[in-house]
Write a protein that binds this ligand. Structure first.
Ligand code: DXP
Ligand SMILES: NCC(=O)COP(=O)(O)O
Length: 248
């Protein structure tokens, strides 16, 4: 996840595993989805090993670690169990995310400002294994400054509020919040990624924000893949974001 003029696509395969877990079958295999995604142009593969194991399982992460041609972005809550697992697998990238068991999905960003000492200790510990650590936060200057202070080289701005915005005014406000967050993150010397809730119909405006390094996208890709196949779903998304970034 190094800063470049070319925007990267991280493909999140969590919800391939959601379908498998719904029946306790061996299919569909998120590992196969990851390999297809890479063939279709994914720059990296994102997985979130949730505490409740509702989708991705340890087995998936271990296999991916062996077979990925690109790099793994391992999303995890800040718990001792996850810290030890990350130390075992040493992913190229780790994104620290907030997690609550009852939530339908990751509803907001990590409160870095409210627990700086704890996040700083986690960033230091995970940096020691050679992982590039990012913090999944809201596009909020207080959280961005705190992310710099705790020593994270990267942040991922939560785009869920933009994705959920309903009126054109709300969409414009939320997009501006993300764009301002990107600009502010860059002034802090951070690598700035973004993701959550991005879809074929809303991704272009985000991809056009100057300075974004990578977009992480999952749910929309898996949903579209049902109708067009995983490779096509990924290559369509990649073409959209590259075109939007090139036009900007
Ligand atoms: C942290 C994040 O935004 C994604 O990884 C998201 O968590 C996907 O999985 P869920 O839908 O389980 O939240
Ligand atoms: N960190 C965001 C992510 O990996 C994908 O989120 P979504 O596209 O599944 O909402």
């Amino acid at each position: 996840m190094t800063t470049s003029t070319r925007i990267l696509l991280g493909v999140n395969i969590d919800h391939v595993a959601t379908l498998r877990q719904a029946r306790g079958t061996r299919y569909p295999d998120p590992v196969k989805a990851a390999l297809d995604a890479e063939e279709a142009g994914a720059d990296g593969i994102t997985v979130h090993l949730r505490e409740d194991r509702r989708h991705i399982q340890e087995r998936d992460v271990l296999l991916l670690k062996d077979v990925l041609q690109t790099r793994m972005n391992f999303e995890m809550g800040v718990t001792e169990e996850m810290m030890q697992f990350a130390e075992r697998i040493r992913p190229a990238h780790i994104c620290l995310v907030p997690e609550t068991r009852q939530e339908l999905t990751t509803e907001g960003g990590l409160d870095v400002a409210g627990q700086e000492a704890r996040i700083k200790a986690a960033v230091e510990r995970l940096s020691k294994i050679g992982s590039e650590v990012s913090l999944f936060i809201d596009a909020d200057e207080r959280q961005i400054e705190a992310s710099r202070r705790v020593g994270a080289p990267a942040i991922e701005l939560h785009t869920g509020r933009y994705a959920d915005a309903e009126t054109p005014t709300e969409v414009a406000e939320e997009l501006k919040r993300v764009a301002d967050g990107v600009a502010f993150g860059l002034t802090q010397g951070l690598i700035v990624n973004a993701g959550h809730g991005l879809h074929y119909h809303n991704v272009e405006a985000v991809a056009a924000i100057k300075g974004i390094n990578e977009l992480n996208i999952g749910h929309a890709l898996v949903a579209h893949a049902l109708f067009v196949g995983f490779k096509s779903a990924v290559s369509e998304m990649k073409a959209l974001i590259l075109a939007a970034a090139a036009k900007a």
